[in-house]
Design a protein. Sequence first.
Length: 290
Amino acid sequence: MFGILNLCKPPDWTSRDVVNHVQRLIGRVKAGHAGTLDPLATGVLVVCVGPATRLIPYVQRMPKRYLGTFLMGSSSDTEDTAGHVVPMDNGVRPTAEQIRAVLPAFVGQIEQVPPAYSALKVRGKRAYALARGGQPVEMQARTITIHQLRLMDYHYPHFTLEIECGSGTYVRSLGRDIARRLGTEAIMSKLVRTAIGPFRRDDAIDLAMLTQENMRENLLSPLNALPDLPRITIDPSQQRRLSQGLAIDNRWDVDAPEMAAVDTNGRLCSLVASRPGLQLIPLKNFSYPF
């Protein structure tokens, strides 16, 4: 098994729960997810199977799209409704126009302080483990990228944003910061990941529908993890050299630092990198019979 599953994560499951479920169906074959979703969240969870787990970093850096709904006028320790919710009474009720007016300040490269209840490591431990243990957790700001941000719906105290962002973005914290810019607080009440790169919610498989019998037919080609890499077709002798860690001559009119090498059947064999002297060297090899 060598491929990718575009799954729809159900609510109240962790991303690890989903991987464990897949693992039970495929036995000893390795599996891993490409981007954590909170238990509260639903939507696209990409699970890489077999050698495709080596392509997880390529999926993780794809842009992601979300629909996030927030409860304005409340705060919580987890920055969502799963935590200890504290209603506020500050009388601030922004208009839809006021919300739209502050959104441009959150588009582009911005600094974001992640939530204390997150899987990031602080002093060698998961931040959420420290927070649950009552220890102080000071999170450092990180640079993230927000590509697009739109107000989709607003009926106080609820507002919904469509967000397209880069990796490392915490949607909970984005809603928090937008509300604070408006003079109030907000916590996330619902989150749906609608896409990761080419993987769309409309095409995702409901986890309950995935079985041992239909696993292979639902596996997507690992090339779906590499939509931006140029592809070159190699013959068996070139495939053999790459599999042995040897360079091959660059006979293709492709000017790119990295390429996906496929065999004559269109299967991914190697990821290769350009080197001076018109040479290609293997970065990752995937085994097939020659």
